[in-house]
Write a protein that binds this ligand. Structure first.
Ligand code: NAD
Ligand code: ZN
Length: 257
């Protein structure tokens, strides 16, 4: 493909060899892996919250917090609805598909901060969605769940058809705890360990994202970062692809193409 970035051939070969030999691989992903699906990242260039007009005069972290949701669910919902609308119509991209395909030859565990559900949609089976999933709604009163393909026009806050309780997306709002079941799976996955760790499209702002990469790197487990920009992980990892997710994964999985 002629738009392929010019990666160092030795870098590609080395990582391709590590990949071919690896049994258990972790893909730790963030908003950047979905950027090529047209989803805005969190901050930085094209960041979702940079462009969003916050007319309530509050930082977005406050609006999208558990506290605000309890006090004024309609306000939090107004922005959740906007976020969902920004994602509408987007689909998983080549990077999600390549990761899903690797599970036919390796044991693959995906740990993602993304709430878009794209890894599962692309077919990955072992996916830990540590921040939940936006289109999975949950009644705050009776606990009933419902998956949505997208949010239709709805009165905000939306209410449960069964009990009239306020619905919320099954995501971790700012200031909230991580979901226990996902944390248990995450801990188990780390205990079992990996022999190759990828960090793709994340600024690794959370310790539970940063630490597994840092710990692996310290333990001599090969670590690879794919990100066009530098992050706190960049100086720790053994290998770095300064590019988009799709281009680097295509090069690594088909080094002679
Ligand atoms: P982030 O926005 O802090 O960082 C995104 C990173 O992706 C940046 O380092 C950027 O350089 C990189 N990037 C941009 N384009 C890329 C590409 N084509 N390929 C590879 N990397 C690319 O994202 P984060 O670290 O995931 O933290 C964001 C938080 O916001 C998380 O809590 C997440 O739950 C939430 N969020 C989720 C989504 C989603 O579900 N798709 C989108 C935005 C934000
Ligand atoms: Zn209910």
């Amino acid at each position: 493909m002629n738009e392929r970035p010019a990666f160092e051939p030795a870098l590609v070969q080395e990582v391709a060899t590590l990949l071919a030999r690896a049994q258990r691989i972790a893909f730790i992903t963030g908003a950047g892996i979905s950027a090529e699906s047209g989803l805005p990242t969190y901050r930085g260039v094209g960041g979702l919250y940079n462009d969003m007009t916050i007319d309530e005069g509050l930082p977005i972290e406050d609006i999208l917090s558990g506290d605000t949701f309890r006090r004024d669910p309609a306000l939090t919902w107004k922005y959740l609805f906007e976020i969902e609308r920004a994602c509408r119509g987007a689909r998983p991209n080549a990077a999600h598909a390549i990761i899903a395909d690797l599970q036919h030859r390796h044991e693959v565990c995906v740990i993602t901060q993304n709430v878009d559900g794209f890894h599962v949609e692309a077919g990955s089976r072992d996916v830990i969605e540590i921040h939940g999933r936006l289109r999975e709604l949950l009644c705050t009163q009776c606990g009933k769940r419902r998956s949505h393909r997208h949010f239709d026009a709805m009165d905000l806050p939306p209410r449960c058809m069964a009990c009239g309780g306020i619905l919320r997306p099954d995501v971790v709002l700012f200031g909230e705890m991580l979901p226990l079941r996902a944390v248990a799976r995450y801990e188990l996955a780390l205990q079992r360990g990996f022999d190759l760790v990828f960090a793709i499209g994340t600024t690794a702002g959370f310790p539970y994202i940063y630490e597994p990469v840092a710990t692996s790197a310290r333990a001599g487990v090969p670590t690879i970062e794919i990100n066009p920009d530098l992050t706190p992980l960049s100086s720790l990892v053994a290998y770095r692809f300064a590019s988009g997710a799709g281009a680097a994964l295509r090069a690594i999985t088909a080094p002679d193409a």
